[in-house]
Design a protein around this ligand. Structure first.
Ligand code: BGC
Length: 734
């Protein structure tokens, strides 16, 4: 009887349960609903605390960024909007994500971000080098490959690309961007965004990009990091906004505000930049993240009396996510009570953050697929792209009597310098999750390249810096016992990147003295430079027969260097940044404005010309440019001008030639730069073959320029088109 009663009760319970209406799936969890409706639904369900947490970013793991020292953060709040993840273990990352998705009330996934600047485990050349390749498609491919390694490490968002125009090589962060020209920065930045984000953010292996640092960070006074910048409205429009606008157009998901104070209003609270231009004028739908602790630093910058006021100013300016300072979490509720900010502003910021999480598919697929490490990183195709990009990024600056490539008739080579046995310094700053043990040294690459062909006589010579010249004698002997000498010199990777300003950009004296000592042997000298900024080479250039700027070339860059030395690779890089003759020449960049007295105003003590201009770079082959052909010498503002130049490879080997097209408008209402790059294209030209390069000039896009308010002006009058050493005139009429 008892058993029967139990059975009866159990059956009734089952019937009742099955009649009870199941809880409907909340709209925000419905995969087939639109993102907009899912975000709106979720927002309605969120408490203020939950909202504020979405606007807050913290760290997770051992912080290995020495500029942002923090304690090891093992703990985390699963309600956090985002975590900067100092790790590459997808299992650990998934366990953290599980807490957010399964153990919080609404199950909002965490957005994992990290600085993957030029590669995750496989490092590509630094971005400053990449710009010298003039190969944006290769950059897209590189960023797509590094997105894959990043994604498989559990990171869904990189703080890259940096598209700051940088014209002061004292600033260590020149290494992180694409050089001095806004158009180049725009093209490479947009290709990086396309590479990271792919066709769809929610597809596996794609990650969200972040354009940084918005804005004019490259202009910090004296090249001192984190400093003040004074920038006119005209310069903002002409130079500094350009690459960001292109990145937004390419679909960048996020933007990072910069640390610098811009003419009195730090970017962190610059409503004009964050809201009026970025969000309103350009229609940017993503979110803006602060730079590291930047909201708290507003107090150092003298624009906030306390954290609360700092938070108020940042949020009201349009800064959506607080990186690290924890000010939004602590003060937004009070600021709302005091009516210093509105709920609509908070909601708008949260909406932007949630939208990206939905777009990335994090609500529907919050976990990272776990793939064996051997298939995750350093894959052959990834290394191949990295190697090609390194090769195309290197710039041959000098090649007296064609001493390079190294001739088959020489028997021995001295290989000297602090860089020969080094791996770490080939990596550059921001090493992602890479290890020096995966980076091939120059010594090992040289032995692979020349084994059986040349005797290699190694000597360390000297360290990167310091006064110790006790290695000079051994180096001199190695040089004396060899037919030619290659000196591998440059900067340690900790000398460029963030917080690495230098007051002089020449090589340290000890390295210059080594060059002079070797010169005395009378042996031909080839200098290979590994560095993260343009160097002032005045003291060593005269002693060198050849100079190869190899930059910091990344994991497989060493074999690109040795390939160029041996002639297996024909160099094709051209500078994306000018090399001043001395530090005192700074600023010097190709698109300076014309002077009132072009023939006067020169320095009395040094030449006024830099050593190597933007766009400069040699090849092992020779190219002949035909006369430029224009579709017309007179066009209406609404008509295109088609310009063609035929480039003939007249040398003995195949080569890749980047053709750079510039315009000049010397009778403008507001003075224009002496010349402005408007288009570039790089193509392979086989020996003995000719290729036509075409520039389809659209006056609206290529000849108009902004006034200080951003309004585009297109003027009639005389213009010049420049390519190679040619300059042709054409007229634009109404
Ligand atoms: C740098 C950013 C970087 C951030 C997070 C800051 O110090 O300026 O470029 O993305 O740290 O690591």
């Amino acid at each position: 009887m008892k058993t029967f009663r139990y059975l009866f009760a159990a059956a009734t319970a089952i019937i009742l349960v099955s009649f009870k209406k199941p809880d409907p799936l909340p709209l925000y969890k419905n995969k087939s609903a639109s993102i907009e409706s899912r975000v709106n639904d979720l927002l309605k369900r969120m408490t203020l605390d939950e909202k504020v947490m979405q606007l807050s970013q913290y760290t997770l793991g051992l912080n290995d960024n020495e500029n942002n020292i923090n304690d090891l953060s093992k703990g985390f709040d699963p309600h956090a909007g985002s975590l900067i993840y100092f790790g590459s273990d997808p299992l650990f990352r998934n366990a953290v994500q599980k807490k957010a998705v399964e153990e919080t009330r609404l199950g909002i996934p965490i957005l994992f971000g990290f600085d993957i600047i030029h590669g995750c485990k496989t490092l590509y050349p630094i971005p400053l080098a990449v710009g010298c390749s003039w190969n944006t498609e290769l950059n897209r491919e590189a960023c797509s490959n590094s997105a894959k390694e990043t994604y498989l490490s559990g990171i869904n968002w990189t703080f890259s690309p940096m598209v700051d125009v940088a014209r002061d090589p004292r600033w260590g962060r020149v290494a992180e961007g694409y050089g001095e020209d806004p158009y180049t920065g725009a093209q490479f930045g947009a290709s990086a965004v396309r590479g990271y984000q792919g066709q769809s953010l929610s597809a596996p292996n794609n990650i969200a990009a972040c354009l940084k640092h918005y804005l004019a960070y490259g202009l910090v006074e004296g090249g001192r990091d984190y400093s003040f910048t004074d920038v006119s409205q005209q310069l903002l429009q002409d130079t500094y906004l350009v690459s960001f606008k292109a990145g937004v157009k390419a679909g960048a998901s996020t933007v990072m505000s910069s640390f610098n104070d811009i003419s009195g209003t730090p970017s962190t609270i610059n409503k004009y930049l964050l809201t009026d231009i970025l969000k309103t004028q350009w229609g940017f739908k993503g979110f803006v993240v602060a730079d590291w602790d930047a909201i708290a630093q507003l107090m150092n910058q003298g624009v906030a009396k306390d954290p609360e006021q700092a938070g108020e100013r940042a949020l009201n300016a349009g800064l959506d996510m607080d990186m690290l300072s924890d000010i939004y979490r602590k003060y937004i509720p009070d600021l709302l009570k005091q009516k210093k900010i509105t709920m609509a502003t908070v909601d708008e910021a949260v909406r932007r953050v949630l939208t990206l999480k939905f777009k990335l598919g994090l609500f529907d697929n919050p976990y990272t697929p776990v793939v064996a490490e051997s298939q995750r990183y350093l894959q052959p195709e990834t290394k191949k792209t990295a190697n090609q990009l390194a090769a195309e990024s290197m710039v041959l600056l000098k090649n007296k009597d064609n001493i390079l490539p190294i001739s088959g008739s020489i028997k021995s080579l001295a290989i000297i310098g602090p860089m020969v046995n080094d791996s770490t310094d080939l990596m550059g700053s921001w090493t992602g999750r890479a290890n020096a043990k995966d980076v091939e040294s120059i010594n090992s690459a040289l032995r692979g390249e020349f084994s059986g062909k040349l005797q290699l006589n190694y000597a360390h010579g000297c360290d990167f810096d310091g006064k110790d010249d006790s290695g000079f004698d051994v180096a001199i002997n190695a040089a004396k016992n060899s037919d030619e000498v290659v000196l591998f010199l440059g900067e340690k990777n900790s000398w460029s990147g963030e917080n690495t300003s230098r007051s002089t950009i020449a090589l340290p004296e000890i390295q210059e003295r080594l060059v002079a000592a070797i010169k005395k042997t009378g042996k031909p000298i080839i200098i290979v430079l590994i560095n993260g900024r343009p160097l002032a080479l005045k003291n060593i250039e005269p002693d060198a027969d050849a100079i190869l700027e190899a930059w910091q070339p990344g994991t497989v860059g060493a074999t690109a260097i040795t390939g160029i030395l041996s002639g297996r690779i024909n160099p094709s890089g051209k500078l994306d940044i000018t090399f001043p003759l001395t530090t005192g020449q700074i600023p010097v960049y190709y698109d300076m404005h014309p002077r009132a007295r072009p023939y006067l105003g020169n320095y009395q003590d040094i030449p006024t010309e830099p050593l190597y201009w933007f766009g400069y770079g040699l090849s092992y082959t020779t190219y002949n440019y035909s006369d430029v052909k224009l579709s017309s010498t007179k066009i209406k503002k609404t008509e295109h001008l088609i310009a063609k130049v035929e480039v003939d490879n007249t040398g003995k080997i195949d080569g890749k030639e980047a053709v750079l097209w510039y315009i000049a408008h010397p009778e403008a209402t507001i003075s224009r730069p002496r010349k402005e790059l408007k288009f570039f294209e790089k193509k392979l030209i086989k020996k003995g073959e000719k290729i036509v390069y075409t520039f389809d000039l659209d006056p609206e896009r290529d000849l108009s320029y902004p006034d200080a308010s951003g309004k585009q002006i297109l003027e009639s009058g005389d213009y010049y088109l420049m390519v190679g050493s040619q300059k042709v005139k054409f007229e634009v009429t109404d």
